[in-house]
Design a protein around this ligand. Structure first.
Ligand code: BG6
Ligand code: MG
Length: 217
């Protein structure tokens, strides 16, 4: 029976996946090559550092350590310029419906994200107080698909991993949830999130009855 809910952030709670994409695309273009949405799929759920390594491989660009560090900073500064303008309107549809329902039923919620910008984003959109625990890119050493982020989140909300459910938009995140022994719910393209135990295009398709069945509230 599910007793704890863990949410990824980017692409699940807020539509920031598009801002990550735009910032990486800008850097790729500056470095003289194209970068498209299909290539961006592999960047979802993946740490900033790993994303830059993949990007440079795609463009066949060799970087010195100094250039690498500079581009990491540049991408993040571009990304933060988008974040700066965010408000509640960028919470994905019906996410508050599920968060409110869980809160009303006193079910603990945790955030499990690879991002180092998770807390400022949650603050910007006014959702930080829903989460008992935030585990993000600042707290983990192993990136998804390693289950570390979700196992830490489960431990911190005091729920056994097998009693947790994870909402994820990235294949690496679904794999991390499955390795943690958790119930995985894919949010987004069902043809990509094939390893998920449940699939929904977005939260408008998730009813409170579905949540009740998972939890036996
Ligand atoms: C994940 C995103 O949530 O966070 C990735 O899906 C991103 O695309 C990663 O690279 C790291 O984010 P940040 O905000 O620390 O650069
Ligand atoms: Mg995500």
């Amino acid at each position: 029976m599910i007793k704890g809910f863990i949410f990824d952030l980017d692409g699940v709670i807020v539509d920031t996946a598009k801002y990550h994409y735009l910032a990486w695309k800008k850097l790729a273009n500056e470095l003289g090559f194209q970068f498209n949405e299909e290539q961006n799929e592999a960047f979802k759920g993946v740490s900033r550092k790993r994303c830059l390594e993949i990007l440079l491989d795609l463009g066949g660009v060799k970087a010195t350590q100094e250039q690498f560090d500079h581009w990491m900073i540049e991408k993040n500064e571009d990304y933060l310029r988008y974040i700066e303008k965010m408000d509640v309107s960028e919470i994905l549809p019906d996410v508050p419906k599920i968060l409110d329902f869980l809160k009303a039923n006193h079910i603990p919620m945790a955030l499990g994200s690879a991002s180092k910008n998770a807390i400022p984003i949650l603050r910007k959109v006014g959702l930080l107080s829903y989460f008992k625990v935030v585990v993000d890119g600042n707290n983990v050493t192993k990136a998804k698909p390693d289950p570390e982020v979700f196992l830490l989140a489960a431990k911190d909300i005091g729920v056994d991993p097998t009693d947790c459910v994870v909402f994820e938009d990235a294949l690496a995140g679904i794999q991390a949830a499955n390795s943690a022994g958790m119930t995985s719910i894919g949010i987004g393209d069902t043809t990509i999130l094939t390893d998920a135990q449940y699939n929904f295009n977005n939260f408008t398709e998730i009813s409170t009855d579905f949540i009740k069945q998972l939890t036996t509230i």
